[in-house]
Design a protein around this ligand. Structure first.
Ligand SMILES: NC(=O)c1ccc[n+]([C@@H]2O[C@H](COP(=O)([O-])OP(=O)(O)OC[C@H]3O[C@@H](n4cnc5c(N)ncnc54)[C@H](O)[C@@H]3O)[C@@H](O)[C@H]2O)c1
Length: 447
């Protein structure tokens, strides 16, 4: 089957390589010529574990081109994997989807199945179907909604062994074609109409966002009442009705999906004179949570002016170079505006961060260099390098060893008695704060 993938971002490139892996001939097209050139040279434009090897192993069946006419001419199935970013009002921007579909319709020689993998508002598939098929009597287009559920960092496995493949189809023919495409995956199908498939994607993402915001609120209360959120989550998670995933308290969700998908569904509900109070609450809680460490830091310092702040982790989660909606992008501007000297380390995300902050902050080669002379440290991403570090490095390298951990990277036992203040999310504070405060005052006097 001749398949074209439109958009070679996190979803497109992973979908393309996985379909090639099960034997399809796949052409990947992107409007970004630099991205395509990189892929032709086997340089991955994104960081995703296992991706490069799989692209190389499937070279025979996988091509990357930047000419859309050539990309679409002979396609039988086109997967639309372009971005659907948030507009200013919170709704989803469908410009990229419509532009891409328009090009397919213009260029493909004969009947074609267009599969919308991008996350799109309910009704988009029906709308595309109407607009396209009314105008065309020579070619017939099947429009399918096939939402994607992969997580960055585990995207290949999530695709090859998906928990379910949702097919939003309005004809038996479209269902047959998609089952043929996915034949090699042997997975569970949920076959439904297009509108329900579109809704499944938003309802799933928003439920996970809600679960995260829920445990974060519980964690905030734990801070006040002296309970330990990790024990609370453990006790909750054993209940199969609740489950233990997405119950890790922290400084909020980020990434390319949860923030925009909660806002888009909320917008869609409002547009239909409906209010999704739970989703609104999840959005509000998350906004506050992202600057939780700044609030904690203010207990120690009224202002960050003249202080050296060490930041460990920049990406929205480990295993990816993606910075979209990462808490680092909320916290670092506040620190800079306040006059702090900001030193950062991230194992993968620094090149992307340099595109946003080329010179205002100091990029360090390792954790030790970042901590050197710092007055406070914020941990924003739970990279393995950070989770497994020797915690005695904090008091050894820092001028004032105050560590605010937004991802609960260390057990309280591991940091106990190590001569630094350790504050995390929803767990008690460890460390002799009065002793350290005195040392801060002393160093301020000396400075
Ligand atoms: N990233 C994820 O983890 C994830 C998971 C599930 C679903 N989704 C959804 O999938 C969609 C894609 O997400 P992503 O993170 O891969 O996006 P991305 O921004 O990483 O990639 C989108 C790509 O599409 C290209 N593009 C834009 N317009 C084009 C056009 N007309 N023709 C060809 N290429 C075009 C861009 O140049 C870019 O390379 C979004 O709707 C997102 O919500 C993403």
């Amino acid at each position: 089957m001749k398949i074209t993938i439109t958009g070679t971002g996190y979803v497109g490139i992973v979908t393309g390589v996985c379909l090639a892996e099960i034997g399809h001939t796949v052409t990947c097209y992107d409007i970004d010529k630099t991205r395509i050139k990189k892929l032709q040279d086997r340089i991955m434009p994104i960081f995703e574990p296992g991706l490069e090897e799989m692209v190389i192993n499937n070279s025979e069946r996988l091509s990357f081109i930047s000419d859309y006419k050539e990309a679409y001419r002979d396609s039988e199935v086109v997967f639309i994997c372009v971005g659907t970013p948030e507009k200013k009002d919170g709704s989803a921007n469908l410009k990229y989807v419509y532009d891409a579909v328009q090009q397919v319709v213009e260029c493909v020689k004969s009947d074609c199945t267009i599969v919308i993998k991008s996350t799109v508002p309910v009704g988009t598939g029906d709308n595309l179907d109407r607009v396209i098929n009314q105008k065309n009597d020579t070619k017939r287009f099947e429009i399918v909604n096939n939402p994607e559920f992969l997580s960055q960092g585990t995207a290949i496995n999530d695709t090859m062994n998906a928990s379910r493949i949702v097919l939003g189809v309005n004809s038996a023919k479209a269902e047959r074609i998609l089952r043929n495409v996915y034949d090699g995956f042997r997975q569970k199908y949920v076959v439904t109409d297009r509108r329900s498939a579109e809704m499944i994607k938003y309802a799933s993402n928003d439920f996970l966002a809600l679960k995260i915001s829920y445990i974060n609120e519980i964690a905030n209360l734990c801070d006040f009442i002296g309970a330990n959120v990790e024990d609370v989550a453990l006790g909750m998670g054993y209940d199969p009705r609740i489950g233990n995933r997405f119950l890790k308290a922290g400084i909020g969700y980020g990434g390319s999906c949860f923030p925009k998908d909660t806002k888009a569904l909320h917008w869609l509900a409002n547009f239909n004179d409906c209010e999704l109070k739970t989703i609104k609450a999840a959005i509000d809680v998350n906004e506050n949570q992202k600057i939780k460490l700044i609030k904690k830091a203010r207990k120690y310092y009224d202002s960050f002016r003249g202080l050296t702040v060490a930041i460990l982790g920049l990406t929205f989660k480990p295993g990816t170079d993606d910075l979209r909606e990462a808490p680092s992008l909320q916290n670092i501007p506040i620190l800079l505006e306040d006059g702090a000297r900001v030193k950062v380390f991230d194992p993968i995300g620094m090149d992307n961060f340099k595109k946003i902050y080329p010179s205002e902050i100091e990029y360090c080669n390792c954790i030790e260099e970042t901590l050197e002379d710092a007055d406070i440290c914020f941990i924003l991403t739970e990279w393995p390098e950070i989770v497994t570090m020797d915690v005695s490095k904090f008091p050894f390298y820092m001028r004032n060893p105050i560590v605010l951990d937004g991802r609960n990277c260390f057990s309280l036992e591991a940091v106990e008695g190590k001569n630094f203040i350790y504050e995390s999310i929803g767990r008690r504070v460890v460390g002799q704060s009065t002793q350290i405060k005195e040392s801060i005052l002393k160093s301020e006097k000396a400075g």
